[in-house]
Write a protein that binds this ligand. Structure first.
Ligand code: B12
Length: 249
């Protein structure tokens, strides 16, 4: 942490308390900062968020530090492929279009993120999956029920299922992702598809815990998803044959 000089331990944190914005609320923020282990805490900003809530910005000092060299970075497990490479890999190895079914499920009506990945116009300078001639995209839109996903996956013989979740209130995003997975397991389809989740409050580390093949987070570009899908679907569909003994190249 850095405030005035490197390693001085100073940090800034912000939070909201369910209290009216008064002196009691300011004291409560300081008590909370102390309980979190911060010393020399100072409320530098507090603002009423309606009659019963207060937002705070607090400066404090932590005694903890972190050694960046001690951090082991997880390498991305899939290669970054160009537009041509994605199409070529599917065309050459799968020998048919890769079928993608995408949906926002449960109560979630935020479709902009899913559309950013799927639609022709794409996101951040990248075209979406619809732009790839070797992919066929079925975008089911918002508030789709898991059983509907199962029906479409079955009818279309989908290779990949892409689920978007933006609202995280009461962990709705976790709940909805798990619901889709459970429906696919029940229909004995889980092992037949590459299952991908995404949204701004996810990180790839959650994949295993959620039983998904991959989870994409904030700022994901469609080209990353296209690379992943080509790599994962081709790898899953075609069994990897071990090279014969003595084989070269
Ligand atoms: C636009 C918007 C809306 C629009 C949605 C229109 C639409 N058709 O999507 C409308 C007005 C309908 C709306 C409604 C609501 N909203 Co709203 N909304 C937003 C807003 C402003 C932008 C979201 C957005 O479009 N981002 C742009 C896209 C491109 O980014 P993204 O979603 O993160 O997607 C990227 C990645 O996450 C990833 N990704 C996303 N999905 C997937 C899926 C896959 C498979 C992959 C690979 C990647 C991927 O790739 C994308 C590109 O990089 C956000 C605030 C914000 N600034 O983020 C609030 C926000 C998401 N909304 C919020 C809320 C609370 C609501 C309402 C509940 C409000 C209300 N009380 O009615 C309702 C809920 C409606 C519902 N049933 O879902 C909260 C959610 C809080 C939370 N964390 O739970 C936010 C964060 C606002 C806030 N700060 O409070 N909302």
């Amino acid at each position: 942490p850095y405030g005035d000089w490197s390693g001085d331990g100073k940090v800034q944190l912000s939070f909201t308390l369910p209290m009216r914005a008064d002196e009691r609320a300011r004291q409560a923020a300081l008590v909370l900062a102390k309980k979190m282990g911060f010393t020399r805490s100072l409320v530098v900003h507090m603002k009423a968020m309606g009659p019963d809530f207060t937002f705070f910005v607090v400066y404090g000092v932590t005694s903890h530090s972190v050694d960046p060299d001690g951090i082991v970075l997880n390498e991305r497990e899939f290669p970054e492929l160009s537009y041509q490479e994605v199409n070529h890999l599917i065309f050459e190895k799968l020998k048919r279009q890769l079928v993608v079914v995408g949906a926002c499920t449960g109560t979630d009506a935020h479709t902009v993120g899913l559309d950013a990945i799927l639609s022709m116009k794409g996101f951040a300078g990248d075209h979406g999956l619809e732009y790839f001639p070797e992919m066929r995209v079925i975008n089911l839109g918002s508030q789709v029920e898991p059983r509907e996903i199962v029906e479409v996956v079955t009818r279309e013989s989908a290779d990949a299922v892409l689920i978007s979740q933006v609202v995280t209130q009461r962990d709705a995003h976790i709940h909805h992702l798990k619901e889709v997975r459970a429906a696919l397991v029940e229909a004995e389809l889980r092992d037949k598809v590459v299952l991908v989740g995404g949204g701004p409050r996810f990180s790839p580390e959650q994949s295993a815990e959620l039983g998904y093949d991959h989870i994409f987070g904030r700022g994901t570009k469609p080209s990353e998803v296209a690379s992943y899908l080509a790599w994962a679907v081709v790898g899953r569909t075609l069994p990897v044959v071990a090279p014969a003994k003595g084989a070269t190249g």
